[in-house]
Design a binder for this molecule. Sequence first.
Ligand code: C6P
Length: 405
Amino acid sequence: MLDIDSIRKDFPFLEAENGENPLVYFDNASTTQKPIQVLNKLDQFYRKSNANVHRGVYRLSQQATDAYENARKKIAGFINAKDDRSIIFTRGTTESINLVAYAWAQQQLKPGDEILVTEMEHHSNLVPWQITAERTGAILKYIPLNDDLELDLEKPEKYFTPKTKVFALIHKSNALGKLNPVQQLIRHAKTVGAITVVDGAQSVPHTTVDVQQLGCDFFAFSGHKMLGPTGVGVLFGKPELLESMEPFQSGGEMIEKVTMTHSTWNDIPWKFEAGTPNIAQAVGLGKAIDFLQNISMKKVEEHIGELTEYGMKNLSEINGVRIYNKKNIHGGIISFNVDGVHPHDLAQFLDQDNIAIRTGHHCTQPIMKKLGISGTARISFYIYNTKEEIDKLCGCMKSTLNYFA
Ligand code: C6P
């Protein structure tokens, strides 16, 4: 069991003004709030250690470099990457996936090659592959959703052909909370020699991820969805692949030698970190990982699972509520609609009671199309959420529905 009261004290954002009507924040899949430890780390970095990295020989620059590189080590440990050089700092999941699409796929793919994605993807793991297919003449294919809104995996082998060169898939769905059997699917991809790219934006914040066990070539996630600052994310890549790739962006820091006509590249990971990186944010992400590890990812996952189950049960008892992802009872996400009420109207009513929920297509328009709707209301949990907050949500929803009746 988590000591939620003690955890909540670490999140100043959740404190009620004058002790009244505290914020109920249920949009954690979008971004999480930050604990005081992360805020202090950022403050301390800018007050005491701020300097550019890998450039100065003075002590301060060395300190900043050490803090930045220590964060890289911490992240490697957190996802069990064998080699720190596998960890590239990016702006987030979106940039990490674009890096692979531009610097690997658009250089390697030939007309007729196949890129395989799924119908469950966030746009971040779909649009870069559409552009890549257009530019290279590759064919974009996808594993469809079945009527239970799960990947159709009755015969997964049928989607993988000798022409499949890239298999890019979402680990945990931000719209449905479904954790996909990534390890099993990667094994299929390997039988045809495809490289594998996993979008871990929603899985890393909730569950223990082991990239060696998954066997993926690339794995992307964002710091801000796991208590870290915005502006920093991670691309894990197998060192031999990263070494074989051309740079994604170019300029300072990513070079080894530059003449007026030619340049050579720095070693990995710095080859992929052109310009001044988000140094304080990377250090802040390291602190967020400390915070999560102090709690333990197992407990994080259990708590989120309990809240989801409780939320599903209580929401489904409200007249007119239609939950779309009832099967994913532990996923941390509840996507629903209420008969006769537009999700935006519902969200605005709840906002008046200081309850923040997300509405819309959640950057998953293909899933919405499959459901035949334009959007859903979505609540998504994190470690500081409580069952009492879910009770408050359900109470407010009942009053809202009375208003609409
Ligand atoms: N989802 C949400 O669901 P960035 O913006 O780069 O940090 O993350 C993009 C992204 C990629 N993959 C998945 C599975 C995601 O859930 C997200 C972000 C947010 O509310 C915004 S749509």
